[in-house]
Design a binder for this molecule. Sequence first.
Ligand SMILES: Nc1ncnc2c1ncn2[C@@H]1O[C@H](COP(=O)(O)OP(=O)(O)OP(=O)(O)O)[C@@H](O)[C@H]1O
Ligand SMILES: [Mg+2]
Length: 326
Amino acid sequence: MGPVSAGALSGGAPSPAELPESPAVWCSGLRKRYRRQTAVDDVSFTVRRGEVLGLLGPNGAGKTSTIKILLGLVRADAGEVLLLGRPARDPLARARVGYLPELFRYQPWLTAAEVLALHVRLAGATVPDPQRRECLATVGLADRAGDRVGGFSKGMQQRLGLAVALVARPELVVLDEPTSALDPLGRADVRDLLLGLKERNVAVLLNSHLIGEVERVCDRVVILDKGRVAAAGTLGELLGGRELRLRLGGVGEAATARLASAGTLHRSGDTFTVTLPADHDADLVPRLVADLVAAGVRVHAVEPSRVSLEQRLLDILRASSEGATR
Ligand SMILES: Nc1ncnc2c1ncn2[C@@H]1O[C@H](COP(=O)(O)OP(=O)(O)OP(=O)(O)O)[C@@H](O)[C@H]1O
Ligand SMILES: [Mg+2]
C-alpha cells in the first residue's frame, strides 16, 4: 500500500498529484475465439509501472493474441483493458506505448533512420534528431543508420524494431519475442536495455521462449497454456524457496543445530543442503557462514541454487495437460 494522501484523510477529492499511479496494463476477463479455436480464455493480469512482466507459454498458448488485444490490434470477444489508466483505444494512451511486433518487416526501400523518422511521425511524437541517433546507437545500429533496411539481416531488422518501439520514450513497452533473431551479444544488450528501462520506471511486457532470459530480467511472470493463465506470480513465488548447498568439515553438534535453524537440513557425507524459507532475509547466508566459522567448522563451499524457471514451466505445463486429459 502506498502512503495515505492528505486528500484522502481530509475527505476532500485528491488532487491528480495525489492519485496513486495507475498500472501500466490492467486487463480482466479477456476472451478471443477464432472460429472453433479458442485463443484467449479468461485472461486477467496487471503490469505495474517500472515492472518487467514476462508472458510465457508454448506455441499457440495465446501470448501474441493477448498482446494484440491489449494494444487494440485485435478485437476481444469479451474483457476490459486499461493502458496507463486509460481505455486501450484512447490515442493518449497509445501515444505512450512502444511495441515490437512478433513478425517485423520494415519498408525495404527506406534507410534505418528513415524508418525511425516515419514511426515517430506516425506516433504523432516529436523526437529530436540527436535522440533518434542515440536510439539507433542503443540497439547497435549507429553505423547502419543510412543503409537501406532491405539489405539488413534478420537480427538487424529486429534491432531496428526495438529502436522503433523505444524511440518516442514510451511509458509502457510491449515486446513480442524481442530477441528471437538476436545473437548472444545482442541478447545481453537487450537485457541491459530492459534493466535501463526499469530504472526509468518504464513498464515492460515481454514474451519470449528464452526462459533463462526471462528469469534474469522479469519481476513477475504469467504462464499461459491453451489460452488460460496456468500460473502467475513473482519469480520467488513461482520458484519457491532457495536451497543452499554447503561442503563442510568438522561439523559438531552445535554447528548442526545452527544449520538446522536456518531451514530444513539434509546431510549426505560432507555436503549439507539447507532449504531456506521463501521470505528469508538477505543476511541469512553471511550470518550462517560467520557462525559456522566461529564454531570451528571448515567451510569449503557455499552454493545457492534453486529450481530453474524452465523446469518449473515444464512442470506447470505438464500438470496442466494431464489435468486436461483426465
Ligand atoms: N488471425 C488468426 N486467425 C485464426 N486463428 C488465429 C489467428 N491468430 C491466432 N490464432 C490462433 O490462436 C491461438 C493462439 O495463437 P497466438 O499467436 O496467440 O499464440 P502464441 O502464444 O503467440 O504462440 P507462439 O509462441 O507460437 O508465438 C493459436 O491456436 C492460433 O492458431
Ligand atoms: Mg506469438
